[in-house]
Design a binder for this molecule. Structure first.
Ligand SMILES: Cc1cc2nc3c(=O)[nH]c(=O)nc-3n(C[C@H](O)[C@H](O)[C@H](O)COP(=O)(O)O)c2cc1C
Length: 170
């Protein structure tokens, strides 16, 4: 595993044909479920999609997720509204977003490439994913991730912007 340099985490949308070991996905899922969560509610669920038919179904639902057709794996990250703190969508989204970032960082640490693919709040994408993957009513698909061994290597770079930092007050 390489040292974690947060500036080197970039979206990777091209992958080699080498399969991703289940053990690597398992490590990433453990990292995801170590994310901060309001009131420790852990409302997240993860659907690991490796079969071509499943990845194609996910790509059909996600107009900007076409790389899923070639990626060795995809993960749909969902939240359970009944389990989220106060059953509030905002808490669900914050918790699940934290889990997704942990997942991405774990994949990066393991030398894999990945990209975050938005689902929520696009109603058409939500409905398409719910139908294709048999989600119960209380489960909200928030985002998906495409992942694999990288076939492109975007440069590390900073997006630091001093105008977005406010000292003491706005
Ligand atoms: C909520 C969210 C939705 C995103 N949806 C997509 C997407 O549908 N397709 C895609 O290729 N990238 C998607 N991205 C990735 C962003 O385009 C990417 O993170 C951004 O351009 C910054 O580039 P970097 O990840 O290489 O630093 C999404 C990112 C976020 C946080």
């Amino acid at each position: 595993m390489k040292p974690l340099d947060l500036l080197s985490r970039r979206s990777v949308r091209k992958y080699t044909e080498e399969p991703v070991e289940d053990a690597m996905i398992q490590i990433a899922l453990e990292a995801a479920m170590a994310a901060p969560s309001a009131r420790h509610c852990d409302p997240w669920h993860f659907i690991v999609v490796k079969e071509q038919a499943g990845r194609d179904a996910l790509a059909d639902a996600l107009p900007y997720g076409q790389m899923l057709r070639e990626a060795p794996a995809g993960i749909i990250v969902c939240g359970d509204i009944n389990v989220a703190h106060r059953s509030e969508l905002s808490y669900l989204l914050q918790d699940v977003a934290a889990a997704i970032e942990n997942l991405l960082l774990s994949l990066e640490l393991q030398g894999l490439g990945a990209v975050w693919l938005g689902i929520h709040p696009n109603e058409d994408r939500i409905q398409a994913v719910k139908t294709a993957f048999n989600l119960p009513d209380n489960i909200i698909p928030v985002s998906a991730i495409a992942l694999g061994h990288p076939a492109e290597f975007p440069e590390a770079r900073t997006r630091y912007d001093a105008t977005k930092v406010h000292n003491g007050t706005w």
